[in-house]
Design a protein around this ligand. Structure first.
Ligand SMILES: Nc1ncnc2c1ncn2[C@@H]1O[C@H](COP(=O)(O)OP(=O)(O)OP(=O)(O)O)[C@@H](O)[C@H]1O
Length: 622
């Protein structure tokens, strides 16, 4: 299994990374796991119990890594989902009020697993529907609310044994083998954890994984690339809850006793600590965090009383201080520190990106005929309170032309772009795309219709590879979902998507840098990566917000050449740009905006000598 990182897919997840020696490291995980399991019969029971606790905690923490580190959502309710898995198992196997219709599955801990997952899925879907629309601090606060609610529910429902819980759960059986000892339970715990790590790794190296990671790049970017943001958030939330549910089921089978205390909000905070300490951006961070927190707490409980006396509970205080110190020293967690140390030894820019598997090109969309109006803007007005950012704007963009929108800072150009890509909606007026009104459309629908864009402030995922960043643009050209991706049934499609991403990178002149982290590129190169990402969607219309900003002269010339080629292919390009040389030598027409209004529109030469334009730019009153 790879030690690869979900957030840092660059050097490790791209195939190119193999040249950096990842293949060898991929075998370390399974070999260690097997050695551990084979050693279990010789370990004292105390250590086997610790090992099992680490495995159980790592499983739930893995869910939080996917939710928080990968998808960017914070939850303190993970322990409540562990509780759901555990209590479902306990209630179905020893509950006294299990209804008759559940009789066929009652009493079997094996059948309690799918049942527990169903319950977890249903509860997570319900809670996700009400909390995932919250943003900022409200989301974690929301998770605390329902975590508290579930905790008190576990402790008050008589059928769940209230505060005393449910006891004497049957042991798992495999044929004649009863898994009634901790040493027996180490097998299902660690094998399931290994499986979860492998499936998560597969998932992250896929179209669905890129969609999950795109959530971290902001809602506007993800939606504009065709990622259904809310659905993807829900998927991450449910996936994370299901991993906690499996952990809860294993916990119940291991302890054979379930009570509310281990599923409190405090326990949820502990899971968050494990993720942060291990490295919330790394799958193996879940295991590292579980090891450190479990062993650390245990060690402190043993050593502190002999050092500081029995009178106070200093363990939590010292543990808290150690965590703060660790966060100062290793803000990306232990696994993050290990990864950084390793990647310093290898310069990915010197490594050759490995060849991608040969794959047929993706089908192209039918492009509108040259000269056909693709975007028609009529009377577009956007007010922000008393400020009129766009006022009564008319504009038409045709297939196969490059139109520039220029204007001083604050003229309303980005506001116009946001409305054209449906990231924002006009106060009044109309936008038509290929003759169809886009009123009320979401950016995703606009992307599907054939409009792709870049952003004034680059929106890349800096720790992800350039290739993966670009492949996000091809999201709507693939179909594979979470399950197919996790089971690696998406490889043919994935090869085509990555092939397309590589082609677009070569088109913008960055083919040789596909495997490096996007954040390591210069700003100008990052803008080119955004253009490649937009091209990956096979657009009919390309909106480029300041594409030449930060580019060197040669890069600008290459970009101008690329845009001319796109124009020749019949693509319509609308760009906002401050570099007048770049604009005037490239575009067919120029629209000039000042204080939210379009003051003129015409050929570059006409616009350059227009008195109103001179006045706006030079402050000359003519
Ligand atoms: N969400 C918003 N809420 C309130 N005011 C906004 C919002 N977005 C933009 N504005 C205001 O609208 C005006 C136009 O902003 P916009 O960013 O569209 O200008 P611009 O021409 O793109 O400027 P620049 O070239 O500096 O990027 C500015 O005064 C800006 O402060």
């Amino acid at each position: 299994m790879s030690t690869a990182l979900p957030m840092n897919s660059s050097a490790e997840t791209s195939k190119s990374a193999r040249s950096l020696g990842v293949t060898g490291r991929r075998t370390v995980g399974p070999v260690l796991l097997l050695a551990l399991l084979l050693a279990v019969p010789w370990l004292p029971t105390f250590w086997v119990n610790l090992l099992n606790n680490i495995g159980l905690a790592a499983m739930a923490t893995l869910g939080l890594v996917l939710l928080t580190g990968v998808a960017g959502m914070t939850s303190f309710g993970q322990a409540a989902f562990i509780g759901l898995g555990a209590y479902t198992c306990a209630w179905l196997t020893v509950g006294t009020d299990v209804p008759g219709w559940l009789a066929p599955i009652a009493g079997s801990p094996w059948l309690a697993l799918p049942a527990g997952l169903l319950v977890t899925l249903a509860v997570a879907a319900g809670l996700g529907a009400v909390t995932l629309r919250l943003s900022g601090h409200y989301l974690p606060l929301g998770t605390i609310c329902w975590a508290l609610a579930l905790f008190y529910l576990f402790g008050t429902l008589e059928s769940l044994g209230a505060h005393s819980g449910l006891t004497n759960l049957p042991a798992l059986q495999i044929g004649a083998w009863s898994l009634d000892q901790p040493a027996d339970m180490a097998w299902p715990i660690w094998l399931l954890l290994g499986l979860a790590l492998v499936l998560s790794r597969h998932l992250l190296d896929s179209r669905s994984g890129r969609a999950l990671r795109a959530l971290n790049g902001g809602q506007a970017m993800a939606e504009s690339m065709g990622v259904p943001v809310f659905r993807t958030k829900m998927a991450a939330f449910i996936l994370s809850a299901l991993l906690a549910g499996v952990s809860g089921w294993l916990y119940a089978c291991n302890q054979r006793f379930v009570s509310p205390a281990p599923f409190s909000v405090t326990a949820g905070i502990d899971v968050m600590f494990m993720a942060l300490i291990g490295g919330v951006g790394h799958l193996w961070g879940a295991v590292a965090g579980a090891v450190v927190v479990t062993l650390g707490r245990n060690g402190l409980q043993d050593w502190l009383p002999s050092l500081l006396g029995q009178s106070g509970n200093y363990e939590s205080v010292v543990f808290g201080l150690l965590i703060i110190a660790l966060m100062h020293r290793a803000p990306n967690g232990l696994w993050g520190a290990i990864h950084r140390r390793w990647s310093r030894r290898v310069d990915p820019r010197r490594a050759q990106p490995a060849a991608l598997p040969a794959a047929a090109p993706l089908p192209r969309r039918v492009q509108p005929t040259r000269g056909q109006p693709v975007l028609e803007v009529r009377g577009l007005t956007r007010r922000f309170g008393g400020l009129v950012a766009n006022k009564d704007i008319d504009l038409t963009l045709h297939a196969g032309e490059i139109l520039a929108v220029i204007g001083p800072n604050g003229a309303g150009k980005s506001t116009l772009f946001n409305q054209l890509s449906c990231v924002d909606h006009p106060t009044s007026g109309e936008v038509k795309f290929l003759g169809q009104s886009v009123l009320g459309w979401q950016p995703r629908r606009m992307a599907a219709a054939g409009l792709s864009r870049t952003f004034q402030h680059v929106k890349l995922l800096p720790s992800m590879s350039v290739l993966d960043n670009v492949a996000i643009g091809a999201h709507l050209r693939g179909r594979a979902g979470l399950l197919r991706s996790a089971l690696r049934l998406d490889r043919a499609e994935e090869a085509r998507l990555l092939g397309e991403a590589q082609r677009q990178l070569e088109r913008v002149g960055l083919g040789a840098l596909s495997h490096v982290e996007a954040g390591s590129l210069a700003l100008g190169q990052q803008r080119l990566v955004e253009i490649a990402r937009a091209l990956c969607a096979d657009p009919s219309v390309l909106l480029l917000d300041e594409p030449a900003a930060g580019l060197r002269l040669q890069e600008k010339q290459a970009l101008a050449e690329l845009l001319r080629k796109l124009r020749a292919e019949g693509i319509a390009v609308l760009l906002v740009e401050h570099d007048m040389d770049f604009v005037m030598n490239l575009v067919d027409r120029v629209a000039v905006m000042v204080f939210g209004e379009k003051i003129t529109e015409g050929l570059p030469a006409e616009v350059q000598s227009h008195p109103k334009v001179l006045e706006a730019y030079l402050g000359v009153d003519l």
